[in-house]
Design a protein around this ligand. Sequence first.
Ligand SMILES: [Zn+2]
Ligand SMILES: [Zn+2]
Length: 139
Amino acid sequence: MDVNSYMDVKSLCRVCNNFVSASLFRLHHDYKQMVCPTCFSGKTKQKEEQERELKQQEIKAAKAKPRGWDADDEYLEKMARIKREENQAQFTKIAGTNEVKAQCSACKYVFKYDPFKKKPYNCPYCNVEVPKLKNYNLL
Ligand SMILES: [Zn+2]
Ligand SMILES: [Zn+2]
């Protein structure tokens, strides 16, 4: 063991709870006791304030984005996508015309659909909105 450290008497600083060489202790008039150099210079106080601020930021962040937010969001996104796919009417090109046959996803009614005029807007049978025809490569 190092002789110097063996000789170095350490004392507990009651402010930061660290053992520091007793010779370095100084009387701090705010703490009204002997404190280590770190506490004397006010670094301990600074650190405490930084930590408190950090905690508050963490709390704020936790409130803004609750635990499990990502998973829930992903789930909702997935459900919305499934729903979109379900609502996707089936389109089939009618040979020799610019029109397509559309099958309503809700009632399975088949009707003529004009992909250029985007008409009809609704299923003639059940009035469900006809999804926009995306697959123009069908034509
Ligand atoms: Zn201290
Ligand atoms: Zn319909």
